[in-house]
Design a protein around this ligand. Sequence first.
Ligand code: SF4
Length: 341
Amino acid sequence: MLRDFRLQPADIPDFQPQHLEASERDFLKSEIRALLRERDAVLVAHYYVDSEIQDLALDTGGCVADSLEMARFGRDNDAETLVVSGVRFMGETAKILSPDKRVLMPTLEAQCSLDLGCPPDAFADFCSENGDRTVVVYANTSAEVKALSDWVVTSSVGTKVVRHLASQGKKVLWAPDQHLGHYIQSTTGADMLLWRGACVVHEEFKHNALLEMKQVYPYAGVLVHPESPAAVIEMADAVGSTSQIIKSAGELPQDMFIVATDRGLFHMLRKRYPGKRFVEAPTAGDGAMCKSCAHCPWMAMNELGALRDSLLSMGNEVFVDPEIGERAMAPLQRMLDFPVN
Ligand code: SF4
């Protein structure tokens, strides 16, 4: 039987963000703006990072997006340097799609529990043992794991790709997030063999505590990212990727939402829909062992000072072995070419 690859609490960094006064933050932001211009660099940020970095990205001609859109934006932008504010696999994906550009990150320590929970050697064995299956991996994986796959997908396109494969009679080997895999399996009815990984942030959302919260706010809608446990997903009014959650919050009639994803997304939700109220889904309650508490400890490492320092020194550059990058590009390109509508 496949072993459980989920991280243990001791594996999760206890990161404490540096406290800065408003004037220090303003000074860092003005330095970053100037350095982006001087270095012909563009800032590509994820929805889960510091709200001020998200605003800086938008104000300076960069983007704030989910991992698929970040990769597309980086590829299509003319800047020589991409500064990816997110986690390691996002920097690697940007480099794979844009091998001739320089890709920097505020820190190379920003990992992802899904990526860490899918070591390439063990995954290669799993693929060999199940050679009759089409290998579909989530974007939250290393370049080496992507290079072993037939398809790379994000949470925004995973269901559609697997439905397409199932319609061709294909059996799927899925990695690394077991909750997202289970959600796709139950939605599509596909024959899927699941790797046993999980996101340390989304796995902490608690069904019973959410039921209690719904009793307090019966009129609130529930928006859930599919990396959450099945019992939490079952309570959702809308399930989807970060971009799909933002879209659903605008389309659904409720004025208040309980949101089961990283709290970094609240910045964009509140900006887009100032008349609506957003509260965090509960992570406390029975079985809680949360060290992330609805905020990814690795995303939190993207601090203004680290971003300024990487631009100043042009350090924290992301490299991907060109041969692995080329092999990883094929399954990534399949996703980019896949018609999503
Ligand atoms: S929130 Fe979860 S899936 Fe996203 S980067 Fe952090 S650990 Fe990975």
